[in-house]
Write a protein that binds this ligand. Structure first.
Ligand SMILES: NC(=O)c1ccc[n+]([C@@H]2O[C@H](COP(=O)([O-])OP(=O)(O)OC[C@H]3O[C@@H](n4cnc5c(N)ncnc54)[C@H](O)[C@@H]3O)[C@@H](O)[C@H]2O)c1
Length: 380
């Protein structure tokens, strides 16, 4: 039986444009999905580059103005994979045009933009989702199942880090492909909105709402050359960010992100310590979940390093055979599989725009606390 098409319009053909395109192309090879994604159009500002991307990935057409993409009647989904300063405007227009809206994280550059996005999507009643893809690493999804089964008992601690080292040199410029992250006007914030947003999303998903935070941030390199103007500009992003947090369930947490941890490329680690069990995970070893359970026979009690490749592990029966692992790109394929299932059942899987707003509330509180030196209550 032929599947219903789901016609995709993608904005942005950089890093995330590739991960999303790969997911749309792969999903039905591995998952029994109710829709067939159709790559209708990709949008970018450079005509030659966007045309080359369309050809490589099999998009039927290319646009150079996102307004045209949103206006097209032959497109069902607007997928925003462009820098943060474009998210709110495109998402709001797409919602008003009645499209399903998918948006890369963070939602907006700040709480105000993010709230407007949630309001537009909910007022229009359109399906929406945010690409917090780490929820769909099978090991992390398994961690969620273990927490929901109550195996950890009362949770005392949560801790997460996201460490990189690519901006240590003051010669790294700002603006342009990838480097827009160093310009606060485009990115909104530095590592808090870029890296910690991932940690906060997973933390809320696993351990519930975060009530209050106290934070410190630092900007180590104060000036960088702009690739657009060749001039030096003041750096206004947070290069590093660390905060203490209290969750609504009474647990205490620490979070840290930086792009100055020499030797670390994308070290996202998380750990949850409960009264009965502890769970730990590490992006550099993403196909393993570390698990410690106190009820184990005392002589054999210790950390289990579970290789997440069995058919009973989340998403894994769709892939290879036990023992063979999957990687980063699969998290996006899982997200598309869940999106298609959610659309067919009219029961969208998270994270929705509203779910992502909770993360923005924490990001906003972290930045405010770093400015004021006070504990700040999180509000979305
Ligand atoms: N989920 C994740 O793990 C993850 C990882 C990386 C980036 N991101 C997010 O994805 C988004 C894109 O990041 P990236 O790393 O792919 O950036 P990138 O710089 O690699 O690519 C951005 C793309 O957007 C295009 N673009 C810029 N302005 C545009 C406009 N006005 N109209 C159309 N296209 C425009 C650029 O030409 C480029 O193709 C950001 O919001 C970022 O925070 C998420």
């Amino acid at each position: 039986m032929s599947k219903k098409p789901l016609r995709i319009g993608l904005v942005g053909y950089g890093f995330m444009g590739r991960t999303h395109s790969n997911a749309y192309r792969q999903v039905d090879h591995f998952f029994d999905v109710p829709y067939q994604p159709e790559l209708k159009a990709v949008c970018g500002r450079d005509r030659a580059k966007v045309a080359a991307f369309a050809e490589r990935w099999g998009y039927e057409s290319a646009e150079t103005d996102w307004h045209k993409l949103v206006d097209r009647k032959d497109i069902d989904v607007i997928d925003i994979a462009s820098p943060n300063d474009t998210h709110a405007e495109i998402a709001i227009a797409a919602a008003q045009a009645g499209k399903t809206v998918l948006c890369e994280k963070p939602l907006g550059r700040n709480l105000q933009e993010s709230r407007a996005m949630v309001e537009a999507a909910e007022r229009a009643g359109v399906a929406n989702m945010v690409w917090y893809n780490y929820r769909r690493v099978p090991a992390v999804t398994l961690a969620k199942q273990l927490v929901e089964e109550g195996r950890c008992g009362r949770v005392f601690h949560y801790r997460a880090k996201f460490l990189q080292d690519w901006t240590i040199s003051a010669k790294v410029p700002m603006d342009g492909q990838g480097l827009w992250r160093l310009n606060a006007d485009v990115a909104g914030s530095g590592v808090t909105g870029d890296l910690l947003a991932h940690c906060i999303d997973t933390a809320i998903w696993l351990n519930g709402p975060i009530s209050e935070v106290t934070a410190a941030t630092e900007t180590f390199v104060k000036e960088r050359e702009s690739t657009l103007t060749g001039e030096k500009r003041e750096v206004k992003i947070d290069d590093a960010s660390a905060f203490l947090a209290r969750f609504a369930n009474g647990s205490l947490a620490t979070f840290e992100a930086t792009r100055y941890a020499l030797g670390h490329k994308a070290l996202y680690t998380l750990e949850l310590n409960g009264e009965n069990a502890s769970i730990a995970w590490d992006l550099h070893d993403l196909h393993r979940l570390q698990y410690f359970e106190y009820s184990d026979d005392g002589r054999l009690r210790g950390w289990r390093s579970i290789h997440i490749t069995e058919g009973e592990h989340p998403y894994m029966k769709q892939w290879w055979v036990p023992g063979l692992q999957i990687g980063y790109e699969h998290t996006f394929i899982h997200q598309v599989a869940d999106l298609l299932q959610g659309l067919a059942e009219n029961k969208m899987r998270g994270p929705s725009f509203r779910d992502a707003l909770a993360t923005e509330g924490v990001v906003d509180a972290v930045l405010e606390s770093a400015r004021t030196g006070q504990w700040v209550k999180c509000k979305a």
